[in-house]
Each structure stands twice: as C-alpha cells, then as structure tokens.
Design a protein around this ligand. Structure first.
Ligand code: ZN
Length: 322
C-alpha cells in the first residue's frame, strides 16, 4: 500500500488525526461551539466509517497477533485463560473484531489492558467488558474516563465513559500478569503522550506494545491537556529503545503495526532533533508563528509528515513544550 493510501485508510479511524486535519484545513482555531459541533460530526463520521472498516490480522508469534483497522493498533494474546486484548479500538468495528478474533481461536475474551485513555483506544471498552473482559489500566486512565475531558488541540469535549467501560483494576507502578503461559509486563512511562501511558510486553515472545508513545513513520500527537509533553515523549522513546533488542517485535500505537528497534530508534532521533530545532528558535525569542514559518521540521517532513499530524501541527505541539 502506498503511504498516501495508507494515510487515507488510517485517517478514517483516528479522531486525533481527523481533528488535526480540520484545524489545519481551517488555518486557525474554531470557536468552542463551532469546534464542538464539528467534532461531534467527526466522531459520528469516524464511528460510521469504522463500522465498514476491514480488520487486518497480523500474526506475530506465541499466539500474539495485531488487529489493525479500529483506531489504535490492537494486540491480542489467545489461550485457555481467555483472550487478552491490548487496547479496545472503536465500538463500531465490534462485529469485525469479533469475526477476526473468533477466526484465530475459540477462547472467550477475558482481559483488556488500555495503554491510555484516548477514544481510539478505549471506545471499545464497553462492549469488550460485555463479552467478559476485566479491564486494567493506569490510574490516570481511569480518572480521565470517569470524567468529561476537554482536549484543547482536538478542540473537543469528551463525555464521561459509561460505567462498563471504566477499568476495574488500576496500576500506578509496574505489574506482572501470568496469562496463557505468558508473562505480561505492564509498565507506566510517566507523563509522555498523556499522563497515563503504559507499555505492555509479552516477555517470552519478545514483543512490546508501546501505546501512543510510538507512532511508526509518522509525526505523533501529544496530548498536553492530559499531561503529555514533548519532553515526556522523548523520555518514553528513550526507554522504549533501551527496552528492546534486535529481535523484539515492536507494536506502535499508530502507523505500520509490525515494527522493530531500528524504526523505534529513527523515531527517537526525529523527536530529539526537532525538539532541539524548535527549542533554539524559541530561545531566540521567536513566536510560535515565526517558528512555524522557519520550518524546523523540514529535514524530516518527506518521511514523517505524510500523515495527518502535519509538519505545522507537529511544530506547534513541540513549541508548546519546548
Ligand atoms: Zn493517543
């Protein structure tokens, strides 16, 4: 698939990206009521589109696979303890997710781990819980799902999640689960993309799901409204690079879903270089508009700027935390 087709396909499922496109297309910020009206439509659009979306299965190893096409990349571990989902995707894809999951094994869905609170990773929580999944997440993820959230850079207000979507078990430090003869390590990053990001590793299979601390080959969103920052994103990228070996399969939150240490390292290097460029301009006293005009991402745009977090939008996100 060409990168353009890839962008078009993925755009339909990712709220942050769709909202970013709206902002970029308008060339400015909307009034809160305009933004709300527009974003409501976007959520409906994304849900309608997701209902028609194909789910692509990537089989990895040791009964772990990726389900691609429902918001963030979903990982699934099958086995007699019941299926374990890492992230829940978007509700409208329920039927296709179930079809894909049932085609891989007959085990019921028993566990769901959320990498963070964002809509495109937790919208499916309610139906997955209805299937029998116990939900685990960082304590800040639970906090954000319990209350209405305004995400400034999406210009969007999210309502509280329904009770069935709320994680019953929360963590604030590393936790190990033994399920399906697999050691699952849940590890908080500290504030990075949000303030509730965790990684999930499958120890024996040597697979790491990074949540949205890693967007493979595309500029990432950073959610300052709930504790994210460029500095936190760089720290998380450093810890991801340190945590993996040359044989590790790395699953990013977004972007081509089967990744590795080399791509993770290139992503870390991109974040560090752009942060340095933007920091230098900000320290020279340049305004955000002057910094955008100076194109501090130019050397990276051909590779990383082809998705819907545009070079301009990413520059603004970095400037905010530089
Ligand atoms: Zn996210």
């Amino acid at each position: 698939m060409s990168s353009r087709q890839h962008a078009m396909t993925r755009r339909r499922f990712c709220l942050c990206c769709a909202a970013a496109t709206t902002v970029a297309a308008r060339g400015g910020w909307l009034s809160p009521s305009q933004a709300y009206a527009e974003a409501r439509t976007l959520v409906d659009l994304i849900r309608d589109d997701a209902a028609k979306a194909p789910i692509k299965v990537h089989k990895l190893r040791s009964d772990v696979c990726i389900l691609e096409g429902s918001g963030g990349n979903i990982a699934m571990l099958a086995g007699t303890d019941g299926k374990v989902f890492i992230d829940g995707g978007i509700t409208a894809t329920k039927r296709r997710i179930l079809e894909a999951a049932n085609s891989l094994s007959p085990d019921p869905i028993k566990h769901l781990i959320n990498t963070h609170w964002h809509f495109d990773h937790t919208d499916g929580n309610e139906w997955l819980h209805g299937e029998g999944a116990a939900i685990v997440a960082h304590e800040n993820t639970r906090k954000h799902l319990l209350a209405a959230q305004r995400v400034e850079d999406w210009n969007f207000n999210f309502p509280p999640s329904p009770p069935a979507a709320i994680p019953a078990e929360v963590i604030s430090a590393e936790k190990t689960l033994m399920l399906n003869r697999t050691t699952l390590r849940l590890k908080p990053y500290g504030p990075a993309h949000t303030d509730g990001d965790i990684s999930v590793s499958f120890a024996e299979a040597d697979i790491l799901h990074t949540g949205d601390t890693f967007w493979n080959g595309i500029y990432p969103f950073i959610d300052y409204s709930t504790g994210g920052s460029i500095g936190g994103m760089i720290k998380a990228a450093e810890s991801n690079v340190a945590a993996v070996g040359n044989n590790t399969i790395v699953i990013p939150g977004h972007g081509q879903p089967v990744s590795n240490k080399a791509e993770l390292s290139a992503y870390r290097d991109m974040l560090v270089a752009i942060h340095e460029n933007v920091t230098r301009l900000k320290q020279q006293g340049r305004s955000i508009e002057e910094t955008v005009a100076a194109r501090p991402t130019a050397a990276f745009d051909a590779k990383w700027g082809q998705f819907v977090i545009t070079p301009e939008f990413f520059t603004r996100l970095v400037y905010h935390g530089a």
